[in-house]
Design a protein around this ligand. Structure first.
Ligand SMILES: CC(C)(COP(=O)(O)OP(=O)(O)OC[C@H]1O[C@@H](n2cnc3c(N)ncnc32)[C@H](O)[C@@H]1OP(=O)(O)O)[C@@H](O)C(=O)NCCC(=O)NCCS
Length: 335
């Protein structure tokens, strides 16, 4: 049995915040931000938007591109670190209700910016047991948890959601190899407090994200190389066989450093962080949707997605893209 991505969708909030706009209230400049990150602007959600609402927009677009109705979906996984509610209900249940996906199981998965990669592989595993059409969504509203006075981190992030539909069938191709890794020794490199370590009677405080940027940068370059080489080694392919790599859209300088270190052309990496910033779990599916819709990924292409983030977590997926060709054949008239 093969598991294919048969539909993609994404959503970016309407409001665009440029580097110049940030520079009006922070000690920074467009030149500094762009030269250190490759980011020029990001989308920021409106006050009345939520992570689940963004996820629903992306999911509807993915279902439309797969040609499926919400009732046909058997499983919804939402990768997010910025759930609508602190613990429950899950964002996935809110998405299930809003879509009218009345036959779907639904749960959230938290692996920070690697969440979408983890969720894809979790879905692929579950589909071996129950091969139902599955929605995998990455959605994050980072604007609600960053410290907007910290120029070391807030300039990096944006809000978005991206979604894919997975379908299982006997069409060769689809998701081929996956590598999922973690390194809790780096837990404090990107951290947001305010969980169960905080007693209920302690003074209530809205905690914001804290990050050791340089250490995270070095970690990202190292593990990106490790994951991509590991995937290619497992499949017996060379970098030149890849039509496209979708990296986590954290910082263009990270991707450039990876390309230099591996001695491979930068053009193979599909980047859109210039206009999105780092949208955490949404970053890979949003970039994937753009690459698919622009025709950059075509039938039979070998492609990879690589993520890294808080936890620390990291991982990647190697797949033979079939898109529409990977959809189950419509059942013919019975004899
Ligand atoms: C955050 C990041 C852009 C900082 O770039 P850097 O080149 O490593 O910069 P440094 O942290 O070494 O800081 C260099 C100087 O720039 C300053 N600086 C940091 N942010 C700045 C900003 N937005 N504008 C202007 N100056 C800034 C620092 O204060 C420091 O000044 P100092 O030398 O006077 O102390 C970079 O480390 C990065 O992208 N790391 C990865 C982060 C990431 O991807 N996180 C998410 C992972 S999922």
């Amino acid at each position: 049995m093969f598991v294919h991505i048969t539909g993609t969708g994404s959503y970016l909030p309407e409001r665009v915040v440029t580097n110049e706009e940030l520079a009006a209230s922070l000690e920074t400049t467009d030149e500094w931000i762009y030269s250190h990150t490759g980011i020029r602007s990001r989308h920021i959600a409106a006050d009345d938007e939520s992570t689940s609402a963004m996820a629903v927009h992306a999911a509807r677009a993915a279902l439309a591109s797969a040609g499926l109705m919400p009732e046909q979906v058997g499983l919804i996984i939402v990768a997010t670190s910025t759930a609508d509610y602190h613990a429950f209900p899950s964002t996935a249940c809110l998405v299930q209700e809003a879509l009218g996906a009345k036959n779907a199981a639904a749960f959230d998965l938290q692996a920070a910016c690697t969440g979408f990669i983890y969720a894809l592989e979790a879905a692929r595993g579950m589909m071996q047991v129950n091969p139902c059409p599955t929605l995998v969504i990455g959605a994050d509203m980072m604007s609600r948890i960053v410290d907007w006075t910290d120029r070391n981190s807030c300039i990096l992030f944006g809000d978005a959601a991206g979604a894919v539909v997975l379908e299982a069938n006997d069409v060769p191709g689809g998701i081929w190899h996956a590598i999922l890794k973690s390194d809790g020794s780096g837990a404090q490199l990107i951290c947001r407090e305010g969980g169960s370590r905080q007693r209920v009677d302690s003074p209530c405080k809205m905690h914001t994200l804290e990050m050791k940027g340089r250490a995270v940068f070095n970690f990202a370059v190292k593990v990106f190389d490790e994951v991509l080489c590991g995937l290619l080694q497992r499949s017996g392919n060379a970098f030149g066989d890849l039509a496209c790599v979708i990296p986590h859209q954290a910082n263009a300088r990270i991707v450039e450093a990876v390309a230099r270190r591996m001695g491979v052309p930068l053009a193979t990496f599909h980047m859109n962080m210039e206009t999105t910033g780092n949208t955490s779990a949404a970053s890979i599916p949003v970039a994937l949707d753009a690459a698919v819709r622009s025709g950059k990924i075509k039938d039979n292409d070998l492609m990879a997605m690589v993520g890294f983030g808080a936890g620390l977590t990291y991982g990647g997926i190697l797949m033979r893209w079939r898109g529409k060709a990977g959809q189950p054949k419509a059942a013919g008239p019975s004899a």
